[in-house]
Design a protein around this ligand. Sequence first.
Ligand code: COA
Length: 324
Amino acid sequence: MGTVILGTGSCLPEKRLSNHDLEKLVETSDEWILSRTGISTRRISGKGEEAFQLGTTAARKAMAMANVSVDEIDLIIVATMSSHMTMPSCACFIQKELGADNAFAYDVNAACSGFLFALDSGDKFLRVEQNKKILVIGTETLSSRTDWKDRNTCILFGDGAGAVVLEYKEEERGVVASNLFSDGTLWNLLYMHAASSSNPELEQPDNPGVHILMEGREVFKYAVKAMEAAINDLLIRENIEMDSIDLMIPHQANIRILKKLVSRLGINQEKVFINVQKYGNTSAASIPIALDEANREGRLKRGDLLLVCSFGGGFTWGASLLRW
Ligand code: COA
């Protein structure tokens, strides 16, 4: 018995921004970006491609695959940190677009770990409310939260959305277990201010605007160690050997982080799904986009053991195991 993924969907903006395009914006080169990050292009939203609109399209595709109608959806959880409004939530906008009148909806912000955290919340919800169906969506327009003059960060991020439909089934598959963590003491290694405060007492004089700021090297070190520990811990707890994993879908942050993680875990590289070269780091959307691509490419068969892991601002990180 478990929380099963009935369908997956994703949506990427039309516009591609290549490393050569970035050479015209900041002092950088295709060679530097490719060798440091593995990223070649990323997608950038245009008009009509806000986070809720990308998320809505991804959700429709996931529902079509799941053969689930919008009236059957009871809950919509959206992982994002780049919705066009702080209130209402991105989830409420998606609910409105879908016409999901029977669903309640809310957002989760766990930065790049958002989808994993939202998936865990969805799993826990369905274990209690077992006859319901829910949408879990990761959607981001980080292009609207990027300082396009900062070469340290603007090369890394991209826009996109991915979604899954979940249902609790009396079958020996679904979410096996999750192992999630946060450490707020390390907030200042990867962060983004809110809009400046209208209360002078709370105004932060060093607020540079709503942009992602990062200590890249520190993030790199923590990301590898934290995901490695979360995964090993989870496998030991569940008594599962690394060799039993059929597919690993990590958060697509950076090829060097992924290569280091893969070599430390000792997992066969061919079992690791990577698409960071095409989309860059799409934060909370990266895992559900990759999951949808892997699924549609036929990389997942019934009974396969899937490992997903993530790391992001907060810091937040973790790993989950799913039986497909
Ligand atoms: N193009 C050219 N040079 C650049 C550059 C760019 N886009 N960005 C930084 N540089 C320069 C730096 O200014 C620095 O120059 P200096 O030595 O003259 O000061 C030099 O390149 C090396 O910078 P450094 O930050 O040490 O590079 P790095 O090898 O650590 O790579 C990252 C930088 C950001 C790619 C790397 O630290 C990283 O991947 N970190 C993790 C980021 C991440 O994934 N964050 C999200 C997690 S969810």
